[in-house]
Ligand binder design. Structure first.
Ligand SMILES: O=c1ccn([C@@H]2O[C@@H]3COP(=O)(O)O[C@H]3[C@H]2O)c(=O)[nH]1
Ligand SMILES: [Zn+2]
Ligand SMILES: [Zn+2]
Length: 245
């Protein structure tokens, strides 16, 4: 079974040269959309794809660069493609996603009054591995991002760590690689300034060589070209390029 990754975008929340950091994870006959930010509909269109190519969507946390495209996805699925696709989401995020993000646009008396009316909601428990398709498994790992806000990283197929947005957690990365056999790390990377709610390049450069060698950087700002060749053993992921994982 092959596993491929194609980023819709690799930009940070406010990047203008790069789309939101959202991903397609593809096995032989299934396409999972990881996060669906405000730029996802346009990014998909530019890749020659549409929401009809998506079999399921997974949300890591509630920020517009990760959920801002869900209203369009929901309307397209309901009105045009007539499918209620699976929505994989941390169980703590389902109510806030509806109440605080989607209800305003999607609510329609007698027609759409909850998340389940538009998605096949599949709540995920952190630490519990779930089969998404024949070739894709996911385990949520709760990680720190914004104080007072639930946010999750992903451990895919028992071998790939996808950070989503998180502050630097070297203990977790060391544990995943040294104890759980993590082969590949797709990590967000703030290029300049103090991390505060993100992980900085400076922090990632403190990782041991054997961890850097399997680490690829995403969620970066528009000045990324100034940092090519300054990332130690790590490389930047490119949006739209297809990677065999
Ligand atoms: O306490 C806060 C809350 C938010 N922010 C900014 O808002 C952005 C939201 O999307 P993001 O998580 O990709 O990046 C975040 C930051 O750029 C911040 O700097 N500090
Ligand atoms: Zn983000
Ligand atoms: Zn975020």
């Amino acid at each position: 079974m092959s596993l491929k990754l194609q980023m819709l975008g690799t930009g940070s929340a406010f990047a203008k040269k790069y789309y939101n950091n959202n991903a397609l994870l593809l096995d032989d006959d299934f396409t999972l959309l990881i996060d669906c930010g405000s730029t996802a509909p346009l990014a998909l269109h530019e890749m020659g794809r549409s929401f009809n190519d998506i079999d399921a969507v997974l949300i890591t946390h509630i920020h517009a660069d990760h959920v801002g495209g869900l209203e369009e996805l929901a309307f397209m699925m309901k009105m045009k493609f007539k499918r209620r696709i699976p929505l994989y989401i941390g169980e703590a995020l389902a109510a806030p996603l509806w109440d605080h993000t989607l209800r305003g646009g999607l609510y329609q008396q007698g027609e759409i009054s909850c998340l389940e009316d538009i998605f096949d909601v599949r709540p995920l428990k952190p630490g519990v591995k779930v089969d998404i398709s024949k070739g894709i498994t996911v385990e949520l790992i709760q990680t720190r991002h914004i104080p007072g806000k639930d946010s999750y990283s992903l451990y895919l197929n028992d071998r790939i760590f996808y950070s989503a947005d998180m502050v630097f957690d070297p203990e977790l990365l060391n544990k995943l690689v040294n104890e759980r056999g993590c082969e590949l790390i797709l990590h967000e990377c703030q290029l300049q300034g103090p991390g505060e709610v993100h992980t900085t390049l400076q922090e990632l450069l403190s990782l041991p060589e054997h961890i850097q060698q399997r680490t690829y950087l995403m969620h970066y700002s528009d000045d990324v070209q100034d940092f090519v060749g300054k990332t130690g053993e790590m490389e930047f992921v490119e949006q739209q390029k297809i990677y065999e994982l």
